[in-house]
Design a binder for this molecule. Structure first.
Ligand SMILES: Cc1cc2nc3c(=O)[nH]c(=O)nc-3n(C[C@H](O)[C@H](O)[C@H](O)COP(=O)(O)OP(=O)(O)OC[C@H]3O[C@@H](n4cnc5c(N)ncnc54)[C@H](O)[C@@H]3O)c2cc1C
Length: 582
């Protein structure tokens, strides 16, 4: 039995009314996607993940991973799970049809991914990293590379990893040292990468490592980084597996959480040099990596939502059963405050993430180029908010889940401590949230003088009008205030950043939290306004719509007031932060 129930009604509702999946499905290429198919896919994903994947979460965490004889040993309880996942066709859901994929929208793919990540986040990292490699090769690989690798990655026959980090090169990838020397038609790589997620496993016939490295005469810094495909096993043009390449895992990290995900130190070229194939042209590697990071960063934001959802379910279940003071603790106002705040934050994170995926699919599939550009600009702006905000709130939600459990929350046996441990990484990897905040201010605000943010705030204002029409007046007032604070904070950052080199960096995180809290709230309320309309037209026998409205009120009362604090911190500027001696 699993203690996780996929939130199918929530996902269906958010897909249809917040992410406007019907509009996505109407884009060229998605014509067969009706409500029935969406429901069937979600139900099947829910069934598979609840029955097959979710029960492995706790035992896999206990079993962990190790390295023996230069190969990763994975948690025994996961044996057969990847094969079942692949056998059911899940890896190919959003893959391009030209390479054997099912070609479904990423908006729907993210709803399915939420379920998989809730079921076992450590396991879900394997397909997530593979998706990163598919995205990068799909955009920048040669025709020959695409034909060789994409069908096998999309089918799940092979997996992929991302190899960026070295001990001296984390946030600053400009100082990557791994060496790539030309050797005829290919290159040979020498060096060591650390923290490589699922750097090795025996579930797939081959592993395609995407590796950042530097050629001998490359310019220093970020302008001298190239991107290489380094397969675990060399293959011929027909994709037949040949000899073992000179890349091996030499250790796994002992971590706070995600114990079932092997975080590997990878040795490249300890013997003859690892054979690597250049992607695109030399010295453009970092640009390729950044271009594919949108998807990966949105996917990590989704991990925040997924873990928060599982923590919400666990805490509510416990609170209904635990009796103190003669009643279930779920009846105590302070416990209700915690449970409802957790639900409001989680549902807002889901709304923000799926709304962003609406733009992600439009940026690829919209018919007119101008439309694609407009949606891409919106994805670019929303990405640091999704990654940053959703991965911050999951730390709060999983911590509250422990608090709801009282002392039992601190005891591993309960299982809720694992979500808290697992959640801690998501605000760190795929670019720390400090780096997300700098991205928001530096690339997404300053580079277009705030024009894209102004457009976003104007679009969110339309949701406030929908909210008023639905007679959610108090919620609309809170949202309107938050939007006003965002506009003022953005203006202030634009005005002060050129005069003070420290200003943007000092205020960036609080600006990210201000804009994330506001945007997520708006998308949550978009759903609540629709729920109010539907409850009038359809009735509300199950109480689903009135709960949606109630959660929007909780968000407005318990979460949106935080915007004033974030705003004040932004307006305080860099003076004290740079002035006080450390
Ligand atoms: C479990 C796990 C899995 C991972 N998986 C992968 C993977 O699959 N592939 C891969 O390549 N890497 C992976 N990583 C690496 C991860 O992406 C990095 O740890 C992360 O990018 C941060 O780099 P760092 O650890 O070197 O921290 P640092 O860069 O040293 O950062 C330390 C602190 O300084 C701040 N900081 C750094 N530079 C700046 C700046 N310019 N301005 C403001 N603040 C700054 C950071 O925000 C952070 O708070 C993984 C890491 C872990 C722990």
């Amino acid at each position: 039995m699993s203690d996780y129930t996929p939130p199918l009604d929530e996902l269906r509702f958010a897909l249809k009314y917040v992410a406007d999946l019907p509009a996505v499905a109407a884009l060229p290429g998605f014509d067969a996607l009706g409500d029935d198919l969406v429901d069937a896919i979600l139900a099947e994903a829910g069934h598979f993940c609840a029955e097959v994947v979710a029960p492995t979460n706790k035992p896999a965490d206990r079993q962990g991973t190790s390295v023996k004889d230069n190969a990763v040993v994975t948690a025994p309880v996961l044996d057969g799970v990847y094969a079942a996942y692949r056998g059911a066709g899940w890896p190919s859901l959003t893959g391009a049809t030209a390479y054997g994929g099912q070609g479904l929208p990423h908006t729907l793919g993210f709803a399915v991914d939420e379920i998989l990540q809730s079921a076992n986040m450590a396991f879900s990292l394997l397909p997530m990293l593979t998706q990163g490699v598919i995205t990068a090769l799909g955009r920048f690989g040669s025709e020959q590379q695409k034909n060789l690798y994409l069908p096998r990655l999309i089918s799940g026959e092979w997996a992929g990893t991302m190899n960026l980090t070295e001990s001296q090169a984390g946030s600053d990838l400009g100082v990557v040292k791994t060496r790539a020397e030309r050797d005829g038609e290919h290159y040979r790589l020498f060096g060591q990468k650390i923290f490589i997620t699922w750097g090795d496993q025996s579930y797939t016939d081959n592993i395609v490592h995407l590796v950042l490295a530097r050629t001998p005469d490359a310019p220093a810094g970020v302008k001298g980084i190239s991107l290489f495909i380094v397969p675990k096993f060399l293959v011929n043009e027909a994709g037949e597996i040949g000899e073992r390449n000179d890349v091996y895992p030499i250790g796994v990290e002992h971590k706070l959480g995600i114990h079932a995900s092997p975080t590997c130190t990878m040795a490249y070229g300890d013997n003859v040099g690892a054979v690597g194939y250049l992607v695109g042209v030399e010295n453009e590697g970092l640009r390729y990596m950044f271009a594919m990071m949108n998807h990966a960063r949105l996917a990590v934001g989704l991990q925040g939502v997924s873990l928060a959802e599982r923590a919400c379910q666990h805490a509510l279940d416990y609170a209904r059963q635990r009796v103190q003071g003669g009643v279930a603790i779920s009846q105590h106002p302070d416990v209700r405050r915690m449970l409802l705040t957790m639900q409001a934050l989680t549902q807002a994170g889901r709304a923000l993430t799926l709304a962003s995926m609406h733009h992600f699919d439009h940026a690829v599939h919209a018919a007119a180029e101008g439309e694609r550009t407009r949606h891409q600009q919106r994805v670019d702006l929303l990405t640091p908010l999704v990654k940053g905000w959703c991965t911050e709130i999951v730390n709060e939600v999983t911590s509250l889940a422990i608090q709801v459990h009282g002392g039992m929350g601190y005891i591993e046996e309960t299982g809720v401590a694992q979500y808290y441990r697992d959640a801690r990484i998501v605000s760190i990897y795929e670019g720390t949230n400090g780096i997300q905040a700098l991205d928001l201010v530096g690339r997404k605000l300053l580079m277009n003088s705030g024009a894209h943010a102004t457009e976003l705030l104007a679009d969110l204002q339309i949701i406030v009008s929908q909210c008023r029409e639905a007679k959610l007046t108090a919620v609309a007032q809170q949202l309107e205030r938050a939007l006003g604070l965002c506009a003022e904070a953005v203006r202030d950052v634009l005005a002060k950043s050129s005069a003070d080199p420290h200003h943007a960096g000092a205020v960036a995180f609080n600006l990210l939290m201000l804009m994330g809290t506001t945007a997520a709230g708006c998308y949550l309320v978009k759903g609540a306004a629709k729920a109010a309309e539907l409850s009038l037209s359809e009735g509300d026998e199950s109480g689903f719509y009135s709960r949606k409205i109630g959660i929007a009120r909780i968000y407005a009362e318990q979460v949106l007031p935080r915007c004033h604090g974030y705003h004040e911190a932004v307006m305080a500027g860099a003076g004290s932060i740079m002035g006080v001696e450390l």
